[in-house]
Ligand binder design. Structure first.
Ligand code: FE2
Length: 239
């Protein structure tokens, strides 16, 4: 039997689901508490060569087909490039707006707020209308997910809420809740010490639920990996 491409054991993560095609990934309903669908794939080609061929960057940089086309790659790198371009086209043909990003390594700038608001912290994506997030890590450390029941919203952690209230300098009322939302504090979560965390793996295309009014499922809580400055840059699709 060939090794399973699944990045996780779905029986351990009841909020995840597996689909067998791109069509199913896009059309399946997120329901019954499932908020993360995975289309498992083993992509051939050398994505590392693509990463190594890209110039130095200061921050997250989006690549277009022209950028990719200009790279001088060996056949394995060319194969990887075909996958990168094909995925962009697949999603674009469905009316989505994918972005292929090269993400520098190194610790995020945490600032001094009591609640982090960077993507390497557990968070949910939010939208004002029905929308999902599509994600694929092609190279580097993979995105991670955590089960909602193993987390608590940062604004509901008593000590953290007290600090935020102090920062706000007012009463714990509707205006304070608006303040929390305006600063994205309400989108961030603390995972407990026993939290069940899964990796999105490499090459698999995911569709995850965002937080939007009327969503039938809770949003998927996820984070970008924290990479040391000695680690490779990440090559990532996000839509
Ligand atoms: Fe996100």
């Amino acid at each position: 039997m060939s090794s399973s491409p699944l990045p996780f054991d779905p029986t351990q993560f009841p909020r995840t689901g597996i689909v067998s095609s791109f069509d199913e990934l896009v059309t399946a309903r997120l329901e019954g508490g499932v908020n993360a669908l995975c289309w498992p794939r083993v992509l051939d080609g050398d994505f590392g060569e693509v990463e190594r061929s890209l110039p130095a960057i200061d921050g997250i940089t989006t690549l277009d087909e022209e950028d990719l086309g200009g790279l001088n790659l060996n056949p394995a790198g060319q194969r990887a490039r075909e996958h990168l371009i094909n995925d962009q086209r697949l999603l674009t043909a469905r009316g989505l707006q994918p972005s292929l990003d090269i993400v520098p390594s190194g610790e995020p700038d945490l600032g001094d707020s009591p609640v982090r608001t960077d993507v390497a912290d557990w968070h949910v994506d939010s939208a004002t209308v029905k929308a999902d997030t599509y994600l694929c890590t092609y190279f580097g450390e993979a995105t991670e997910g955590v089960l909602n029941e193993d987390t608590l919203g940062q604004v509901h952690v008593p000590g953290t809420r007290a600090k935020l209230l102090q920062l706000y300098g007012g009463a714990d009322d509707a205006n304070f809740r608006s303040y929390l939302a305006e600063h994205f504090y309400d989108l961030h979560y603390a995972a407990n010490s026993e939290a069940r965390i899964y990796s999105f793996g490499i090459g698999h295309l995911w569709r995850i639920a965002t937080q939007y009014p009327g969503s039938p499922v809770p949003p998927c809580i996820h984070r970008a990996p924290t990479t040391g400055s000695d680690q490779t840059r990440r090559l990532l699709l996000i839509s």
